[in-house]
Ligand binder design. Structure first.
Ligand code: COA
Length: 198
């Protein structure tokens, strides 16, 4: 795995740690089966206290599809994955096509990457890791030149995630009443040319 950056951890199990420590953000690609298996396990843990109508877990098959057509970032602390984000860069037709849903033409669809979910282990929440993972992913996409936009969906009731998605510069561009087996979701769009490198 390729190490991207080091980030501070100031809270563990919701308490401020006496001596702040650090975690690393690593790039995960399709060939890294061990990291993808760890991500699937972490996804099960992060979704335990969240209702399905608020956070939709991706099946193993969809996670495989995202990594075949994209990559992910893992946040590691003491050699354990404590946070992740999945980015599908191409081939949206096989799955929910967010850019098509907001009326993008085929050229703009090809220029749109999709943020397919992020999660942070409950013991490490409160360190802004979702924002850090989203912003790091946006920087990598911008630098690669492969995408001009990033899209994701969020439940109107997922307040923490929604605030974090807005904080990363996404704007709401649409709403679906029935996504992922009939759950309401807002369609969020980030324009990479408008982001500030972090
Ligand atoms: C959404 C999520 C990734 C945010 O984690 P995070 O980046 O650690 O959250 P933040 O650092 O922004 O937390 C901000 C505050 O909200 C609190 N918080 C974070 N997640 C929370 C949750 N699920 N429930 C209640 N409070 C939460 C934090 O403790 C922190 O409180 P503080 O300011 O008093 O310290 C995490 O809650 C999660 O994994 N949720 C389940 C999966 C999900 O909804 N993913 C997003 C959709 S793709």
């Amino acid at each position: 795995m390729m190490s991207i950056k080091t980030v501070p951890l100031t809270k563990i199990k919701r308490a401020v740690v006496k001596k702040p420590t650090t975690a690393t953000i690593e790039l995960i690609t399709y060939d890294n089966k061990k990291a993808i298996a760890e991500l699937l396990k972490l996804q099960d843990i992060v979704s335990k206290d969240v209702e399905e109508n608020i956070f939709h877990t991706s099946s193993k098959e969809f996670v495989d599809l995202y990594f075949r057509n994209g990559w992910g970032l893992g946040c590691y602390y003491q050699n354990r994955m404590i946070g992740y984000i999945m980015i599908q860069v191409t081939n949206h037709d096989e799955n929910e096509n967010y850019p098509k849903l907001i009326g993008f033409d085929s050229q703009k669809i090809a220029e749109t990457a999709c943020h397919r979910g992020a999660g942070v282990h409950p013991d490490y929440r409160g360190n802004h890791l979702q924002i850090i993972l989203q912003d790091t992913a946006a920087d990598l996409l911008k630098k690669s030149g492969s995408s001009k936009y990033v899209m994701c969906t969020v439940s109107p009731e997922n307040i923490v995630s929604r605030n974090n998605i807005f904080a990363s510069g996404y704007v709401c561009r649409g709403h679906m009443d029935h996504m992922y087996r009939s759950y309401p979701r807002d369609l969020m769009l980030l324009t990479l040319s408008a982001t500030v490198n972090k």
